[in-house]
Each structure stands twice: as structure tokens, then as C-alpha cells.
Design a protein around this ligand. Structure first.
Ligand code: FMN
Length: 274
């Protein structure tokens, strides 16, 4: 009984699937010389689909992944290095949003693309909360301020170092610096015990962040927002984040009010060349 199937009419025994399998659970099987699974494959397979995706002949099928179901890589859609450089350098944190909600389908598309980020052991450990209701975003931002006020009372010195009193003063003047008037917030959360939760969810949110402008959307990390979600139970409860989970990041989402015309510069890299 195997869950990897080789079409002998297509397979040319090039062993590319063996070379590319990240967990070495495919080997060339004697005596027929076709690829097959190692005895411990079920235990170690990452279910990443690389073997199906890399086979030039589409000769390899898994019970759960058919090459015909995997969209082909379209060479016509490859972007040049110049295009990639401008794309990456022109991504900006957006902090002023139009008074216009984002269509449900676009929010869904953001999450879909975010889920193609790499993750340790291909665990894809992220869970998502999408706050679609603008009034709810405002209520949640107010809860963040409640937590900040509490933090200022409990640890005034630390709070001062983090600039928290200023955020509250701004809020009290009607200047909302938590969600910046964004119509939506997306939170990535996951099991607290997963050691790569921070990296995995940050990468997924970065995919979301990078993809957003292609849909005409603007995003900004909500640092106060997700920190509060991890320290203020009323907020995590309002978001529906279970106690065994942690908020690993939050992103404000909306249509940007303004367009950027230039690429700002960054600090020179601090590199040790060895
Ligand atoms: C983990 C993290 C948390 C952040 N939190 C906030 C935040 O709470 N509010 C905000 O306006 N910007 C926040 N930012 C955005 C940064 O200020 C921004 O990325 C930085 O100034 C560089 O600007 P750019 O993103 O336009 O290149 C955060 C960014 C990161 C990576």
C-alpha cells in the first residue's frame, strides 16, 4: 500500500524527486529503478508537494496531490530583477485609509496568498481572525487603549520608555494611533507551544503585506494591537483567540488615501563578511 504513484510511461528515472525531497522519504527502488517511498515515509513526509511540483514529466502523483491540480509556473509572469527591486522597495506601511471597506473576496485573497508563505516543517500553523466590521475595529482599538492605560498604571517607567503615555494622549485628543482608522484588521495567531510560531506567522503576514498593493490595498503592522491581544484577556476573548494560542501579528488593511512617489533610503547594512 503506497500513497506515491509513478506513471512508468512518463517517469524517466531522473531522480529529481529524490534529490528535492526535503525529508529524504523518496528513493530509487531496485529492481525496477523507479522512485518509491522509504518505509518511514508516512512519519517523516512534510506533505510539501515538492516531488509533484518538481517532476518535469508530471509522472508522480500523491494520493492527496495530483499534478493536474497544481497550477503550472507561467514563464510569461516572471518578473525582472528591476521590477522585483521596485516592488519590494516600494512596499510601504500605510497609515491613512480611505473611508471605504475592502470587499470580502479581496480579504479572502490576501489570506489565501499569505498561506503560501514558508513555514517550519511545512506546518502552516497560522490561524486568522479577520475583523471586517469597521465599528468592531474601533471597539477593539479602544480595548488596546484600555490595556495601555493599565500598563501605564502598573509599570509607569517601562510604559514611558515605550512611549505609551503619548499614544494615550493622542487617543484622548481623537488621534487614533492604534488601528489608524483602518476599516479592517487581520490577526495571525497560533499554538503558543509551536517553537516557530513567530517566524511562520510573521512570514505569512509579510506575504499578505507584500501582496496587498497588487490589489490596490494598503497595510500596516499593528504592533500595539497584537501585543495587547497577548496581554489583555478581554481583547483576546473579543477576538476569539483561544487560551492555548498566541497572537503572532496583526495587520491593518484598507484602501490607501495617498500614493508614495519616491523610495526612501535605509540604513547601510551591518554585515560581517567572513
Ligand atoms: C513588528 C512590527 C510592528 C509595527 N507596529 C506598528 C504600529 O503599531 N503602528 C504603526 O503605525 N506602524 C507599525 N509598524 C510599521 C513600522 O513602523 C514600519 O515598518 C517602519 O517604519 C518602516 O516603514 P515602511 O514599512 O513603510 O518601510 C510595525 C512594524 C513591524 C515590523
Amino acid at each position: 500500500m503506497t500513497w506515491l504513484h509513478i506513471d512508468p510511461h512518463k517517469c524517466n528515472k531522473d531522480a529529481i524527486c529524490v534529490a528535492e525531497c526535503p525529508s529524504a522519504v523518496i528513493q530509487m527502488h531496485a529492481p525496477d529503478g523507479y522512485p518509491g517511498l522509504t518505509p518511514d515515509a508516512s512519519e517523516h513526509c512534510l506533505y510539501c508537494g515538492h516531488c509533484v511540483a518538481v517532476c518535469p514529466e508530471a509522472a508522480l502523483t500523491l494520493d492527496w496531490l495530483d499534478p493536474g491540480a497544481c497550477p503550472p509556473v507561467d514563464p510569461a509572469l516572471r518578473i525582472s530583477s528591476h521590477q522585483a527591486e521596485q516592488f519590494l522597495r516600494s512596499r510601504r506601511s500605510i497609515r491613512t485609509f480611505k473611508d471605504q471597506p475592502v470587499e470580502h473576496e479581496r480579504l479572502e485573497k490576501l489570506i489565501e496568498i499569505a498561506c503560501h508563505a514558508p513555514s517550519a516543517k511545512n506546518q502552516q500553523p497560522w490561524h486568522w481572525v479577520v475583523v471586517e466590521d469597521r465599528d468592531q475595529v474601533k471597539r477593539l482599538a479602544a480595548m488596546v487603549i484600555d490595556w495601555i492605560r493599565l500598563a501605564i498604571r502598573q509599570e509607569p517607567e517601562t510604559a514611558k520608555k515605550r512611549g505609551l503615555p503619548r499614544v494615550v494622549e493622542q487617543w484622548d485628543r481623537g488621534d487614533e494611533r492604534i488601528c489608524r482608522g483602518a476599516p479592517h484588521v487581520i490577526v495571525a495567531h497560533g499554538d503558543k507551544s509551536w517553537p516557530f510560531g513567530t517566524q511562520d506567522c510573521t512570514l505569512a503576514l509579510s506575504y499578505l503585506d507584500l501582496f496587498a498593493p497588487t490589489l490596490g490595498l494598503g497595510t500596516c503592522w499593528g504592533g500595539y494591537f497584537f501585543t495587547a491581544a497577548n496581554h489583555y484577556p478581554p481583547l483576546s476573548e473579543a477576538l476569539g483567540i483561544p487560551p492555548e494560542h498566541k497572537a503572532y501579528g496583526a495587520m491593518m488593511v484598507g484602501y490607501p488615501r495617498y500614493r508614495y512617489h519616491r523610495l526612501p533610503l535605509r540604513k547601510p547594512p551591518k554585515v560581517a563578511w567572513k
